[in-house]
Design a protein. Structure first.
Length: 203
């Protein structure tokens, strides 16, 4: 099997996109990033893709009549490039069955909490507000629910006394930038097997 062909979806700074691009560049990830998909033309991740020489499909959701309409266009772009795996890396849009169905078991997301705790927006703020002593990050398959797909890997991040959302976010993002390329590499090596709700990772 050749290198895994990735499409990375992101909406903001693109630090996880950068971590994946760097891992590819440094030989730690047997993959190529075929496309960045971004719903915000002014997002810094678009500039990162340009610098890395990676093509971008950038769109404004309000230019389309529905989510399904722009996802149909995205699906055509993915198929044209033979994309094997979609990596949602800070993509702030709900995904519809237009993409979930053809890519089920081939689409992963990184979420800044230990799912199933604190799904949805602002998982970091939710964890702080609740007063948990540990939180973390989760890489999971996307199944169309809200951060509800089968879990592949998790990392614990301790909540320290006096943490603010910004200080906790810094450590969470650092952990994400390590875990996401590692999990993507496990998938590239064929070491992740999806069986119902369970994703088994072999050594």
């Amino acid at each position: 099997m050749g290198a895994l062909r990735l499409a990375v979806f992101a909406s903001g700074q693109g630090t996880n996109f950068q971590a994946l691009a760097d891992a590819v560049q440094q030989g730690g990830l047997d993959a190529t990033i075929e496309l960045l998909v971004c719903d915000k033309p002014s997002a810094p991740v678009v500039e990162r893709a340009k610098k890395a020489g990676i093509e971008a499909f950038v769109f404004k959701p309000k230019d389309y009549p529905s989510r399904e309409a722009y996802e149909t266009e995205i699906l055509a772009e993915l198929e044209r490039r033979g994309v094997d795996l979609i990596v949602l890396a800070g993509y702030m849009r709900i995904i519809t069955p237009v993409l979930v169905e053809p890519y089920y078991g081939r689409m992963i997301n990184i979420h800044p909490s230990l799912l199933p705790s604190f799904p949805g927006v602002n998982g970091i703020g939710q964890a702080l507000e609740y007063g948990v002593k540990v939180t973390g990050i989760t890489v999971h398959y996307v199944d169309g629910g809200l951060d509800s797909g089968p879990i592949i890997a998790q990392r614990v991040v301790e909540v320290l006394e006096g943490d603010t959302e910004a200080s906790l976010a810094e450590r969470i993002h650092a952990a994400e930038q390590q875990l996401l390329p590692q999990v993507t590499q496990l998938i590239a090596q064929g070491k992740v097997e999806l069986n119902g709700r369970h994703a088994a990772v072999s050594k």
